[in-house]
Design a protein. Structure first.
Length: 485
């Protein structure tokens, strides 16, 4: 391993940093091992379930080690949340992206130009890393031996086999080529073995003895996973959901539960949740209909102004009355970290298996039980495949590398939805290449009532014959309005 110049090697008391700077009492399993591997200069690959606490694994080394850490992340909202939280903890964290105000941008570039930046963590997009302007300044920092580490968050975006492939992530190979002595960390919640290998070889960290891999289960045992079968004809999502939610409110207001809520000053209807839809129109309409029924729901999608989005997010996070449920497109996804989300509902079939699991992973981050249900219809399945084929054709050669992966991932999600013969958690873990069947404590619809599940599927779905006749007539083709983030 190439020697690394360090002014300090005082990373013995990582517990102190955890408590003092991050205000956490103890490490979660494996966080300590991961952090120590990073501090010892290893390249580190971390695959762990949503809400595991992956961010801390690069934030603590960044605070302890000498020099600056670059964090590459695909999501502006995620970067901004993390930077805000770090700054509140007195860490000099900053972000450079298309939204950074000009004054802040100038400050950061001047800071980098000195070669001895004050910034400890610099969050950037992969697109920015491809630019010469940025690269030249990072070279200066490296020459001064002040480039501590590169952390690639949501690393599955590197892989053409991943559902969320972004081509600028491929160019991150530049870091190892240019700075062979600087360790790289990459972290993801959703990678199968093909994605994992792709990530490691693209970043150039697969070979040699520098790499330490930490691959943990993808399972989230506190998520109650359920598929709700429906059809175009039944069109019963709204009534089904509202009945379910009112049932939750009723249980919270019964004589046993109410005093507990009153003691902690919690409203009966403070049951935070997210409903994922696929189109902006459906998102707006659904939020309005829920509000019309006295349920505090707000839309969140790409066409809302920046101010509207941040206002909605802030009020939802603060548990304000009237802001209990976010009805969102996938513009609201990876990285959302509100601890008491009690349910995530997929109103429509998502585009990929990984996307589904990432979004479901926003629920129950406090470790308490949370419900994740997905309304599945065969008509939506056919719409998704039709739109995916259209997108792939439109993207031409640019989309080709991961066209197969996207089709496969959607196909697996369909298989998962139509699976009534086994545990949902086990299906998910197998998808991510885990051999061990996880324990499921009645936390999926199959374990709760296998016979009832089969019956619900039989009665709830349109028959394959009917759907295929409709499909042949082109009924599910070209429904442009169906997908819009
Ligand atoms: N040791 C710890 N003790 C208590 N809370 C922790 C600890 N480590 C992390 N957390 C908290 O757990 C939550 C989830 O962490 P984080 O956002 O890093 O998850 P993640 O693994 O990146 O998940 P995702 O992949 O879903 O984004 C955060 O609120 C974080 O503050």
């Amino acid at each position: 391993m190439p020697p690394r110049l360090q002014r300090t090697a005082s990373f013995t008391d990582i517990d102190y940093t955890l408590r003092r700077q991050f205000k956490k009492d103890s490490f979660r399993p494996f966080q300590r091992e991961i952090i120590l591997a990073a501090l010892h200069g290893h390249d580190v690959f971390v695959q762990a379930a949503t809400s595991f606490g992956k961010s801390l694994c690069f934030q603590i080394p960044a605070v302890i080690d000498h020099g600056m850490t670059i964090v590459i992340s695909p999501l502006l909202s995620l970067m901004m949340n993390q930077v805000e939280a770090l700054r509140a903890a007195n860490v000099d964290a900053r972000t450079l992206n298309s939204n950074t105000p000009i004054q802040e941008r100038d400050y950061i570039y001047q800071d980098l130009q000195t070669g001895h930046p004050r910034t400890r963590l610099l969050y950037v997009t992969p697109e920015l890393c491809s630019g010469d302007h940025f690269r030249k300044r990072i070279q200066i920092v490296h020459q001064q031996k002040e480039l501590a580490r590169i952390a690639v968050d949501e690393a599955h975006c590197i892989s053409e086999w991943g559902h969320d492939f972004r081509k600028d992530f491929k160019r991150l190979s530049w870091f190892r080529e240019s700075f062979p002595d600087v360790p790289i960390m990459c972290l993801t919640a959703t990678a199968n073995s093909a994605v994992r290998n792709d990530i490691l070889s693209t970043l150039g960290i697969l070979r040699g003895d520098r790499l330490k891999q930490f691959t943990m289960t993808a399972q989230r045992p506190n998520l109650h996973l359920e598929i709700r079968y429906t059809s175009d004809e039944a069109n019963d999502r709204f009534d089904n959901f509202v009945t379910w939610l009112r049932g939750v409110y009723a249980r919270r207001s019964d004589s046993a539960r109410l005093p507990e809520l009153q003691a902690v000053n919690e409203r009966v209807d403070n049951v935070p949740g997210i409903i994922y839809t696929i189109s902006r129109d459906e998102c707006d309409m659904l939020a309005a209909s829920l509000r019309h029924n006295g349920i505090g729901a707000r839309p969140f999608h790409a066409k809302l102004s920046k101010e509207q989005k941040s206002d909605t997010l802030a009020r939802w996070i603060a548990n304000e009355p009237g802001w209990d449920i976010i009805v969102a497109t996938t513009a609201f996804g990876m990285g959302i970290d509100k601890e008491n989300v009690r349910f995530v509902v997929h109103w429509r079939l998502p585009k990929s298996f990984e996307g589904y699991y990432q979004e479901a992973g926003r629920a129950g981050r406090d470790g308490n039980a949370a419900f994740c249900f997905l309304y599945y219809s065969r008509e939506d399945r056919d719409r998704n495949f039709s739109l995916l084929a259209r997108d792939i054709a439109r993207e031409g050669s640019a989309g080709k590398p991961n066209a197969e992966a996207r089709k496969e991932s959607l196909g697996k999600l369909v298989e998962y939805c139509e699976n009534v013969e086994g545990c949902r958690h086990a299906f998910i873990c197998r998808y991510f290449g885990e051999e061990k069947v996880p324990e499921c404590d009645f936390a999926c619809d199959w374990h709760k009532d296998a016979d009832g599940l089969k019956k619900r599927m039989r009665l709830g779905l349109a028959s394959e014959e009917w759907v295929s006749t409709q499909r042949e007539e082109g009924r599910y083709d070209n429904q442009e309005e169906y997908w819009s983030e």
